[in-house]
Design a protein around this ligand. Structure first.
Ligand code: ZN
Ligand code: ZN
Length: 493
């Protein structure tokens, strides 16, 4: 008998953590952060303490208490015991969105993580370019470890990093986790490298959808997933249901068409806000820029991601422009000065190495390229550019001082209090600079709508379906008419 424990993704969107236990093997489908639960307790400056290892997360119900899966440094630091072998044989990461992957930070490094190459790229980008304090995704920075000082007596804090046991899985290739034979299958989603899977242990054939849709740039992938899932004659299916109550979709092609119309009418700078890791959307606005005689300007962070994906089907990093913001001392133009031996010198008279010091190492590698662009360039010929800016980049408007600019919002509608507050702030910034604001129909969700989800499950015909990653599992009940056993999962505490 195969058993299922739901540690997240129950009556909530995201936070998937499902343990599949067979006769002598168990593994996890995803190990993500639950947005709602985290928002209930935490805020920007009220975060779990690292000094308490996993215990703050456990106390708040963010991490389940599962013996034998967490990292040794955190357990031992809190005086807890550490088992020699992992109690769970691996974790399958469907994709690198934080609600599926963020809490692998807490897992022990010898627990195998199975994921696609693209998911690894995204996690690497989060790890290398982010500033979050719990982001040991591909390697584990040993905490609470003292090592002998190189010079002199005594000990110092260790900076050692140990690689995680990462297993890149190829699409459609089978791999074995103990008694389970697993096939990872790419699906269409708003993040590259998203996969569903089929896991089989002889007793049960289990389908996991991860997050998916049919209206992105690769609906053929999701269709093929359904086909393979149907052929496997599954006994159990875990289906996402984010948009089970929605009826319509906006497609990337529609966004492209609408955006071309908007940008064509604009006579000055066009600013667009789309999610930094959504490379389908990057393609959309890259095409919009091409069709309107403009160039797409991306942030250093997006350039870093795009650069990792150069072997895949994405725009060449040399064909976009990379925006250099002012940082630290801000020595990037002839309006900044620094004092050199009692004399205030203009940046242009100084050695350029001084300005590079304001940036992180990974950023400097981009700043020496010749497709770097700065605020003065955007000021000079604003009609030549399509400038990507997210919430945190709004401050660039102070430097750019755009006139008659247009702002296209191509990101999700706010779904919590904090996002609503931030949305109001965006409006204030845009009003301050007299920027025309367009919002309708420029965002495509990463998730299938209700009809598509139900149609998918009817086609796959599992014996039993567990609706997960949804606030409305009851809307799946209609599938009972097709002879499918619909079971609302219960949270395991
Ligand atoms: Zn999700
Ligand atoms: Zn997702």
């Amino acid at each position: 008998m195969t058993e299922f424990s739901f540690y997240g993704g129950v009556n909530e969107i995201g936070g998937n953590k499902i343990r599949i236990s067979g006769k002598d093997t168990s593994f996890l489908f995803d190990f993500g952060l639950a947005f709602n639960r985290a928002n209930d307790f935490l805020s920007e400056f009220l975060q779990p303490r690292k000094s308490n290892g996993i215990l703050d997360f456990v106390a708040l119900g963010l991490l389940p208490w599962i013996k034998g899966i967490y990292r040794e440094d955190y357990l031992r630091h809190s005086g807890l015991s550490y088992d020699k072998e992992p109690a769970v044989d691996g974790v399958f990461i469907s994709h690198a969105h934080v609600d599926h992957a963020a809490y692998i930070h807490h897992l022990r490094e010898d627990m195998p993580i199975y994921l696609s190459e693209e998911s690894l790229f995204i996690l690497k980008a989060l790890e290398d370019t982010g500033i979050a304090s719990f982001s040991d995704y591909t390697q584990l920075k040993k905490s609470f470890h003292l090592v002998p000082k190189k010079r002199g007596e005594g000990h110092t804090r260790s900076k050692e990093k140990v690689p995680r046991d990462i297993r890149i899985i190829k699409p459609y290739k089978n791999f074995q986790v103990g008694e389970f034979n697993i096939k990872s299958i790419p699906v269409d989603h708003s993040l590259p490298g998203a996969c569903g899977c089929i896991a089989d242990n002889g007793n049960d054939t289990i389908i996991y959808t991860g997050d998916l849709r049919f209206h992105g740039r690769r609906p053929d992938l999701t269709r093929k997933f359904i086909e393979l899932a149907r052929k496997s004659r599954p006994t159990v299916m875990f289906s996402e249901g984010t948009r089970i109550s929605s009826v319509s979709n906006v497609t990337e092609e529609e966004i492209e068409k609408r955006a071309v119309e908007q940008v064509d009418q604009a006579r000055a700078l066009v600013i667009v806000n789309y999610p930094v890791r959504d490379l389908d959307r990057l393609i959309t606005f890259y095409k919009v820029a091409q069709q309107t005689g403009r160039q797409l300007v991306v942030s250093l962070k997006q350039a870093y991601i795009l650069n990792l994906f150069q072997s895949k089907q994405y725009p060449n990093i040399g064909d976009v422009l990379i925006y250099q913001p002012r940082r630290g001392w801000g020595l990037i133009d002839d309006e900044s000065f620094a004092c050199v031996e009692n004399e205030w010198m203009c940046t242009s008279q100084m050695d350029s190495s001084h300005s590079l010091r304001d940036y992180r190492k990974w950023e400097r590698d981009f700043l020496v390229r010749d497709n770097i662009i700065r605020y003065k360039d955007l000021q000079k010929d604003p009609e030549n550019y399509l400038f990507r800016s997210d919430f945190f980049e709004l401050k660039e408007l102070i430097d750019i001082k755009p006139e008659d600019a247009v702002y296209i919002k191509s990101s999700t509608e706010p779904f919590d209090e904090q996002m609503e507050i931030n949305e109001r702030k965006v409006k204030n910034w845009l009003d301050l600079f007299g920027i025309h604001y367009v919002t309708e129909g420029f965002h495509a969700s990463g998730h299938a709508n209700g009809q598509e989800l139900l149609g998918m499950i009817q086609e796959i015909q599992p014996e039993k379906v567990y609706p997960i990653h949804t606030e409305h599992p009851e809307e799946f009940d209609i599938l009972k008419d097709d002879g499918i056993d619909v079971v609302s999962p219960q949270l395991t505490r």
